[in-house]
Every structure is written in structure tokens, then in C-alpha cells.
Design a protein. Structure first.
Length: 156
């Protein structure tokens, strides 16, 4: 049970801005299970947004943009850019695009092995990506709020 659900269970007054079913990131587990069982295309457009944003946050917060591109989330680069635009997270999209420009000669391939084979590396790349990571950590775009507003308007 999420924090909003617990608060609602203790009170008859509405304490949360969004219904529990629209609560990001609490809704990620159900979305992830659907993805694992049926693939990305089976997700609704709203679920795709939540899925992409969750993985971007998870990977970058755990190991930076380098980790985002090294792991399977990097295969959804284009969809993640679109998701950021959809929720209005333009500053975060700019950071992701800048990280891509540092790491790849063009858009990263969807295929994991191809992506890892051509991803740039070295001290200068690490330095530039680290600077972008630090900007990401500042969260100029409130991703949680932006995703929840989008989900409240468009459903999951």
C-alpha cells in the first residue's frame, strides 16, 4: 500500500492529489509486470511514459547516463525522449540528448550489443557525462509531479 493509499485509509478526507492508481512511481511494478509478460507495445501510451521515465531515473540515479545507455533502458532512448516531451520535461530531455551526443555518433541502436559496441568511452567522455549526471541530479524538472499530472489527465 502506497503512502497516499495509507493516508486515505486513515481519513475520509481526500489527502492526495492523484488517485492511487495514477501514483508514480508506485504504479511501476504493475507496468513492469505487463511489460515483462507482453512487451513494450502492449503498454498503453500513459504506461509507456511511466515506464520510460522510471527507467531513466533508475539508471541515471544508480550509475549515470553511462549506465542508462549500457543497460536495456538505453534501447528505449527515442521513446524516453518522447516521454519527456509528452510530460513537458524539456530540461531533462536536453540532458538526455546531450548525453547521447557525448556517447554516440547518432541515435543509439536499440540492440544492446550494437549499442555497447559503439558507445564512446574514455576520460573525456566520463568527465562530460559526469557533468550531465550532476545536472540531472538537480531535478530541474520535477519528474514525479510531471508524470503524475500526465497520468491523472490521461490514465494508465
Amino acid at each position: 500500500m502506497g503512502a497516499c493509499e495509507r493516508a486515505v485509509a486513515r481519513s475520509t478526507e481526500p489527502l492526495c492529489s492523484f488517485p492511487p492508481m495514477h501514483s508514480y512511481p508506485d504504479n511501476f511494478e504493475a507496468i513492469s509486470e505487463k511489460f515483462e509478460a507482453q512487451g513494450f507495445e502492449s503498454l498503453s501510451p500513459a504506461e509507456q511514459v511511466a515506464y520510460c521515465i522510471w527507467w531513466l531515473e533508475g539508471e541515471v540515479n544508480n550509475g549515470g547516463f553511462d549506465q542508462f545507455f549500457l543497460n536495456s533502458a538505453g534501447g528505449f532512448y527515442s521513446e524516453t525522449c518522447a516521454a519527456l516531451t509528452t510530460i513537458g520535461a524539456h530540461k531533462t530531455r536536453e540532458l538526455l540528448e546531450a548525453a547521447c551526443a557525448v556517447s554516440f555518433p547518432g541515435a543509439p541502436p536499440r540492440d544492446h550489443k550494437q549499442r555497447n559496441a559503439i558507445q564512446a568511452s574514455g576520460d573525456e567522455v566520463d568527465k562530460r557525462l559526469n557533468a550531465l549526471d550532476q545536472k540531472f541530479f538537480a531535478y530541474e524538472d520535477d519528474l514525479e509531479l510531471m508524470v503524475n499530472k500526465f497520468l491523472a489527465a490521461h490514465g494508465t
